[in-house]
Design a protein around this ligand. Structure first.
Ligand SMILES: [Zn+2]
Length: 405
């Protein structure tokens, strides 16, 4: 077993095995369907020494991120969230026209657009080539790189130091956390702020959101191990807030010198109360995950037996963990309806369900949609009023399978 990614401890305990799975964002072209797909174990482990929940295996980041197809701007929820967050940060830290904001894992530049409109200088860091091009086309200067000590030093030389560094939806992709935080402290102004948005372990546990587990997500953070990690790099977490985004996330602010607000103490207390320091909590979670598999497959088979046509709503990365773990393939799901053009026409990794444009589903709707991107369900429900009025139904897989409405 590998050592813990935060404390180096060697007592990791595996509590959930989701089987060998292909890379969840490696969608297949028709001509690749005959080829074997590379697959790696997808095992979730707990470190009893620092309480970090993490994967037991690391897939090379070049395999996972250079051709990444995820685009932040495709939903309505995320651009709105990022605009509000940028405005909040600019106000709290008095960002002016000279202030440099660096967004690590800047994707299509959605987050930085908000800062740019507020008048700050912006720079994106994004290793995925196609996505970096989209950002540049939108006017956001973007460095194609993985962030760390070396790339931070290059940015300091070319752009100077940053008043604000943001890492939204990326800090749990990092295998070498010390190298990443060395980069942060190299790049950050003395009184600058480092802001992390990440999915929150407590929400994953509460929602039985095991589909948040995939090879790109190496860590599943609670605040407890992060306090240790940041402290080691001379950074103090001074503020933390929970947000209902990506199925449950937190946003933390870390500075070199500051005083923690009550929010930090409150979250730490909540985590202790929720049992995040105990392996028993995770074993109980794993039992619920196994039950979802049995119940969901049973439900889909029953509907299929009644002659219902079922499609998947969305083809997000998280959906592939669920489909592959449960063994749900084209025998149960006709196709996945998706609006990201980078995925349309391809097949889902592992289960090989064809991905079609959502306009096709609208023209000829199925009886039921299995909602894979359930974290955006409120947004979908508004959009699909007509489908529901016509008798269409949604199947939500977590926290337990159910049919809506
Ligand atoms: Zn540890």
């Amino acid at each position: 077993m590998r050592p813990c990614r935060i404390c180096g401890g060697r007592s990791l305990e595996t509590f959930l095995s989701l089987g060998d799975q292909p890379h969840c964002n490696r969608f297949l072209r028709a001509d690749q369907l005959r080829d074997p797909e590379p697959a790696w174990p997808l095992d979730l482990c707990f470190c009893p020494d620092c309480a970090l929940v993490q994967l037991g295996t690391t897939v090379d980041r070049e395999i996972m991120f250079l051709d990444h197809p995820y685009v932040s701007g495709t939903t309505r929820t995320l651009p709105e969230h990022f605009r509000a967050l940028a405005a909040d940060i600019a106000r709290r830290y008095s960002l002016g026209p000279d202030s440099l904001v660096v967004d690590v894992g800047s994707n299509d530049g959605t987050f930085l657009q908000g800062f740019r409109k507020l008048g700050a200088r912006t720079l994106g860091v994004e290793p995925a080539r196609k996505i970096a091009e989209i950002a540049r086309a939108g006017g956001i200067e973007t460095v194609e790189a993985f962030f760390g000590r070396d790339s931070a030093a290059r940015i300091v030389a070319s752009h100077g130091r940053a008043r604000t560094i943001t890492a939204a939806g990326v800090f749990f992709h990092i295998d070498d956390l010390d190298d990443f935080l060395d980069g942060v402290t190299e790049l950050l102004e003395e009184d600058g702020v480092f802001i992390v948005q990440a999915m929150y372990l407590v929400d994953i546990l509460d929602r039985t959101a095991f589909d948040a587990v995939y090879h790109e997500h190496l860590e599943y953070y609670s605040l407890h191990p992060l306090v240790k990690l940041f402290g080691r790099h001379g950074l103090e977490i001074v503020d933390v807030a929970r947000k209902d985004i990506h199925g449950g996330s937190f946003i933390l602010h870390a500075v070199r010198e500051g005083r923690a607000t009550a929010s930090v103490r409150e979250i730490l207390a909540l985590e202790r109360g929720r049992g995040i320091l105990s392996i028993a909590t995770y074993r109980e979670f794993a039992a619920r995950v196994a039950r979802i598999r049995t119940d969901l497959v049973g439900l889909l088979r029953r509907l299929k037996g009644e002659g219902k046509r079922i499609a998947a709503y969305g083809a997000p990365a998280r959906g592939n963990t669920l489909l592959n773990y449960c063994g749900i393939g084209p025998d149960l799901i006709d196709y996945a309806a998706e609006k990201n053009d980078l995925k349309v026409g391809l097949y889902t990794p592992g289960m090989r369900i064809p991905v079609r444009h959502e306009s096709e589903a609208r023209a000829d709707p199925p009886d039921c949609f299995l909602v894979l991107a359930w974290n955006f369900f409120d947004e979908f429900l508004k959009k699909e009023e007509e489908f529901v009025r016509g008798g269409g139904r949604f199947i939500l897989p977590v926290p337990e399978p159910r049919i809506v409405p």
